[in-house]
Design a protein around this ligand. Structure first.
Ligand SMILES: CC(C)(COP(=O)(O)OP(=O)(O)OC[C@H]1O[C@@H](n2cnc3c(N)ncnc32)[C@H](O)[C@@H]1OP(=O)(O)O)[C@@H](O)C(=O)NCCC(=O)NCCS
Length: 202
């Protein structure tokens, strides 16, 4: 059996702004079923930005394997034994974009607007910078207002728009927005943000 993936500074016990207690930690092989349940509980529109079919057991097996191989980093937020949010960092191990990481964050609809998405994105940015990544990107569809707002608040700037690049679940072509940030800007923005958004420890 593989050793669990340990990430410095985790698990973290946090209280969201409505009092919900969550544990943020690295994903483990034993989370497979909970992860599947989480992704299956999201609406189809919330999953359409993901390039894998995250409702399939084959996906979760491959995903957990990639985490164990350190090819991706995944943080889960757990509440009362259930996964209520997940954030993934994708990297290219070699080549000219090896300094770039891509982030993806999803939270359970019942737990939105409580600061969870921001917490997960913030923690993953911290992990990414700790791994030495210099630039982070996030891909969002133009109408994903929550995602655009969440990452803008973390200092991400919209850098490119690929027109008609994605088709939504109704077959309508939409623009894909790529937002990015470099590490130095991220820390400036996050320091400023901590003042008005602070989930408490414990
Ligand atoms: C994007 C997402 C992760 C945000 O999660 P969350 O748990 O609601 O995040 P937060 O509570 O930290 O909210 C972040 C901010 O987004 C903005 N926001 C959230 N929902 C919004 C909505 N429906 N419309 C406009 N802005 C919204 C708000 O400014 C909010 O902060 P506030 O509540 O302090 O005003 C979540 O909506 C989600 O999983 N969406 C589907 C997947 C997705 O789009 N992922 C992003 C692509 S990587």
């Amino acid at each position: 059996m593989e050793a669990p993936v340990t990430l410095e500074g985790f698990p973290q016990h946090l209280t969201l702004r409505d009092g919900t207690k969550v544990v943020v930690r690295s994903v483990e092989a034993t989370d497979s079923n909970a992860l599947l349940q989480f992704y299956r509980s999201l609406g189809e529109a919330d999953r359409e930005f993901l390039t894998d079919d995250v409702t399939k057991p084959e996906w979760v097996q491959r995903f957990v394997r990639l985490v164990q191989l350190h090819e991706i980093v995944s943080l889960v937020a757990e509440h009362e034994g259930k996964v209520i949010g997940e954030a993934t960092l994708y990297r290219t191990p070699h080549g000219w974009t090896a300094h770039v990481g891509e982030l993806r964050v999803s939270t359970a609809p019942a737990f939105r607007r409580k600061g969870l998405g921001t917490v997960l994105a913030h923690e993953l940015v911290r992990v990414a910078t700790g791994l030495g990544l210099e630039k982070l990107i996030v891909q969002m569809v133009e109408n994903q207002a929550a995602a655009r707002r969440t990452f803008a608040r973390l200092g991400f700037k919209e850098e490119a728009v690929l027109r008609g690049h994605v088709k939504d679940i109704h077959g309508i072509k939409r623009n894909l927005v790529i937002a990015s940030n470099d590490v130095s800007h991220i820390w400036d923005a996050m320091e400023a943000m901590v003042a008005d958004f602070s989930p408490t420890s414990g």
